[in-house]
Design a protein around this ligand. Structure first.
Ligand SMILES: [Zn+2]
Length: 136
């Protein structure tokens, strides 16, 4: 399971839900083009969710030719904003995970984040408000 990503691929990336491509960059141009194409033919655009290379079964996802390249990594300093460690409340228990906050507070006055956490050995990715999240 803990496979090293191939060259040019970060160990934490992004995918469109249901998509078969692994992106280093959540703002990847190709990812956006794919979303636009779906929108044009009247389909719902899938959510872009964080994914760890180590959690991808072999052959399940293909690295994006555009942003999963050593040249892209070089342009972006080889770094990406790290997910912050956190605890996530689920079923009255706190689970160890990471989060990426949304860029702004929502109209409900709360901060929301995409959280990824491990629960009973499964990786769960959800969008949660600050009430369900604690720093660790
Ligand atoms: Zn890409």
């Amino acid at each position: 399971m803990d496979e090293e990503p191939p060259p040019g691929v970060l160990d934490r990336g992004w995918r469109a839900k249901g998509g078969r491509t692994y992106h280093n960059d959540p703002a990847c141009e190709w990812l956006r083009k794919g979303q636009n194409r779906l929108r044009l033919i009247g389909k719902d655009t899938p959510e872009v969710v964080p994914v760890r290379w180590a959690d991808v079964s072999p052959g399940q996802l293909q690295p994006c030719d555009y942003c999963c390249a050593p040249a892209w990594l070089e342009r972006h300093g080889g770094a990406q904003p790290a997910d912050k460690p956190c605890l996530v409340l689920s079923d009255d228990e706190w689970w160890v995970g990471t989060l990426v906050w949304e860029e702004a507070r929502r109209p409900d006055g709360l901060w929301w984040a995409t959280v990824t956490y491990r629960k009973h050995g499964h990786v769960v990715t959800e969008v949660r408000s600050q009430h369900d999240i604690r720093a660790r």
